[in-house]
Design a protein around this ligand. Structure first.
Ligand code: SF4
Length: 332
């Protein structure tokens, strides 16, 4: 069954904060006007383009801090989305918000309107990094929010960032380790980009902040993704989706942007995984699940080229018997 999201962006609605990295108008390319009718218009438009069968659809409120929106408007948006759940047109509603905008009253409203998944922007579980990023909440508030969400039937998603001011790879790995202890269903990992018209851009231009290089961000993410996946947690996104706006020609002033960032990360993960299997042999047949062939070969066949440069010939074939992520080698 294929999974589809109907994304509805609620930029900066209800968010009085100014995290140093954030300019939601750029990130979502949307303005601040949203109401129940707009939810219906977007949902109808998406539904008319999606297949009628064999589908799992969620309406997703992304962008700002959904549970910080004025309660009357929040209820109007939820009620409009819930009409589609009740009719069976969509199977759930998901939303993203801040940890300090979680309390019983807000969660009761989400449960009443059929919300199925709540994602928290955690960004870091290091209090020094949270402070330097201007998040306006502490790691303790994340733990409190997670404890409360887990009393409800919502799937939990947690989002983390890498390369924030005062952050280090070690702190990001520690954040990932603590996120795993919190046992979310899903995570998203966002390497920090310097978005135009943010305080981070000022820090960067004043040479008080250096973003991760692309190699550093890919290398760190290629360690984080297996940590989560080995713990049975879905990594549903790595890096902001490249769009006209999220690009160096748009809102991205600096930072580890690449339009195929996830492929670069998968390339490194497979390179490390397969290197362990090569054990000094020079002519290898590598068998992987057919869906993993391009990942094993690497972005633009980078892994094949690297092995060839070391005098190793690797022929990759698909093998349906192998689960995703597994590989077998045979010496020829
Ligand atoms: S809380 Fe979210 S929406 Fe608000 S400034 Fe921070 S990142 Fe942006």
């Amino acid at each position: 069954m294929k999974h589809y999201n109907i994304p509805i962006f609620v930029p900066h609605l209800g968010c009085p904060f100014d995290c140093v990295f954030c300019n939601q108008r750029h990130i979502t390319s949307a303005d601040d006007t949203i109401d129940g009718n707009e939810v219906r218009r977007i949902a109808d438009e998406y539904l008319s383009t999606l297949p009628r069968h064999d589908r799992f659809i969620e309406i997703g409120f992304f962008g700002g801090s959904f549970t910080g929106i004025d309660p009357i408007l929040r209820e109007e948006l939820l009620a409009a989305a819930y009409e589609y759940v009740k009719r069976g047109d969509v199977q759930g509603i998901r939303l993203s918000t801040r940890p300090d905008y979680i309390d019983k009253e807000r969660l009761d409203m989400l449960e009443k309107y059929g919300v199925t998944a709540v994602e928290l922007g955690v960004q870091s579980l290091d209090d020094g990094v949270l402070l330097a990023a201007g998040r306006g909440h502490t790691s303790e508030q994340v733990y409190d929010a997670v404890r409360l969400i887990k009393k409800y039937p919502f799937a939990l998603g947690l989002q983390m960032m890498t390369g924030l001011p005062a952050d280090t790879p070690e702190k990001s790995i520690e954040t990932a380790r603590r996120i795993i202890e919190l046992d979310p269903r899903d995570v998203r990992i966002y390497p920090t980009l310097v978005i135009r018209d943010t305080y981070l851009e000022t820090l960067w231009r004043d040479k008080k902040y250096s973003p991760q290089t692309l190699d550093e961000a890919v290398s760190l993410c290629s360690r984080l993704v297996p940590m989560f996946e080995n713990a049975g947690i879905n990594v549903i996104r790595v890096a902001l989706a490249a769009t006209e706006e999220i690009s160096p020609d748009g809102a991205v002033a600096a930072g580890p942007f690449h339009q195929s960032f996830r492929e670069l990360v998968d390339t490194e993960i497979y390179y490390d995984k397969i290197n362990v299997l090569l054990s000094g042999e020079k002519n290898i047949v590598l068998r992987v699940n057919p869906k993993d062939i391009s990942r094993a070969a690497g972005y633009r066949r980078k892994n094949i080229k690297r092995w060839n440069e070391c005098g190793i010939s690797v022929k990759i074939t698909g093998d349906e018997r192998l689960p995703r992520g597994q590989a077998e080698t045979e010496v020829i």
